[in-house]
Design a protein around this ligand. Structure first.
Ligand SMILES: *Cc1c(COP(=O)(O)O)cnc(C)c1O
Length: 381
């Protein structure tokens, strides 16, 4: 077989052809007026995606750089924070904060479940000195989407701020920053935003800026006060990834053509088709709060989950993702975010049926795929 590779993971995700083509343009100087125009077009477009009037800052880093940016700009040594740890990325908030000597009160949430608002309220009451609550919008490691709107309502009644990691989620799940009173929102470029890895974005509201003003944690590259000064001059403090900025501006054009509402609806259709298809194969969803970004599916009884993912990735070149430690082998993740169309879902499901059969699972080929086809036909817009 010709080695044709299908990227079906929750990041990096496929990049639209028009966006890929932008990477082939000559590099122009990042202090030129021409680049500033492109940079500001992208920045304003990002405000549309964040649904905010606050400035959005561009970082040349992967998404984790924006997470570290939030920590080092908001906090001071000895500060206390609350983190919601329901997966690998929730765990990462605590890991970064501890490196900087921050006291972390971790709310451990079982993988694939939701945190109740009562529990969040209780934890805030028990820790009135906590400066901030850190969460994910989409906990990509488990395929769960959290009630960020609810969290924001709870946190906004306290002196603390809410910091939301919107990597993978923003642009595929609803998350209007201003309307929901999210104090800090951040994301990365290689997931729902449809460009290659390498850019991250972060925005602070006025309540969060107060913390930035008094923060004394060490920082240099990720200093947001410098970023704010530079943005006022339509630029960044250091050399940005020039080509990625052009690519992001182009991808935002595509998103704007569809509108945010249209994009969310698209993800809802792909999510529903995937969930119903795997159920039709006799499989069970892993997350009790699944979003439309990716679908996590329990490995069925009698199948080696690690081998199943390996067969998908190496034999069929359908690059889905497995589960990460400590759940490795227990479930797998099919992504349908960013530049994924109806037939990317069909590809993933077709390969999944073949791989399941290879790994000894009893199923009738085409059953899940037919269910997805039915839903896609009915819901097609
Ligand atoms: C992918 C992801 C990250 C990590 O982003 P990198 O770009 O790999 O640094 C963090 N949080 C969430 C929710 C993610 O999906």
């Amino acid at each position: 077989m010709i080695k044709k590779y299908y990227l079906l993971s929750p990041g990096p995700t496929p990049v639209p052809e028009k966006v890929l083509a932008k990477a082939a343009l000559p590099i122009i100087h990042h202090r030129s007026a021409e680049f500033s125009d492109a940079f500001m077009e992208m920045t304003e477009g990002m405000q549309y995606i964040f649904q905010t009037k606050n400035d959005v800052y561009t970082l040349t880093s992967s998404g984790t750089g924006a997470m570290e940016t939030a920590i080092v700009n908001l906090l001071s040594p000895g500060d206390k924070i609350i983190t919601i740890n329901g997966g690998k990325f929730g765990e990462r908030w605590g890991q970064i904060a501890r490196v900087y000597g921050i006291e972390v009160v971790e709310i451990i949430v079982d993988w694939g479940t939701a945190l109740s608002l009562e529990k969040l309220e209780e934890t805030l009451k028990a820790n009135p000195d906590a400066k901030a609550v850190f969460t994910q919008l989409s906990e990509t490691s488990t395929g769960s989407v959290y009630d960020v709107k609810g969290y924001a309502e709870v946190v906004s009644k306290t002196d603390a701020i809410l910091v939301v990691d919107g990597i993978s989620g923003l642009g595929a799940a609803k998350c209007p920053m201003d309307e929901w009173k999210i104090n800090v929102l951040l994301t990365g470029s290689q997931k729902s935003l449809m460009i290659p890895p390498g850019l991250a974005f972060i925005s602070f509201d006025d309540k969060a800026w107060k913390l930035v003003e008094s923060s004394t944690l060490p920082k240099y590259y990720f200093d947001m006060k410098k970023a704010r000064k530079s943005l006022a001059k339509r630029t960044t403090p250091y050399t940005p990834a020039v080509s990625l900025v052009y690519q992001q501006a182009e991808a935002i054009k595509l998103i704007k053509e569809q509108t945010i509402e249209g994009i969310l609806e698209h993800h809802a259709i792909l999510g529903k088709a995937t969930r119903e298809a795997v159920k039709a194969m006799g499989l069970e969803l892993f997350s009790k709060v699944p979003g439309n970004i990716l679908t996590s599916v329990k490995t069925p009884e009698g199948v080696d989950g690690k081998k199943l993912v390996k067969t998908m990735q190496s034999k069929y070149l359908a690059y889905i993702s497995g589960a990460q430690d400590p759940m490795k082998g227990k479930f797998f993740r099919i992504a349908h975010l960013g530049y994924m169309g109806a037939f990317d879902v069909i590809t993933a499901l077709t390969a999944l049926e073949m791989a399941l059969l290879d790994e000894g699972y009893k199923l009738e080929l085409g059953k899940g795929v037919a269910m997805a086809q039915k839903i896609l036909r009915e819901e097609w817009k």
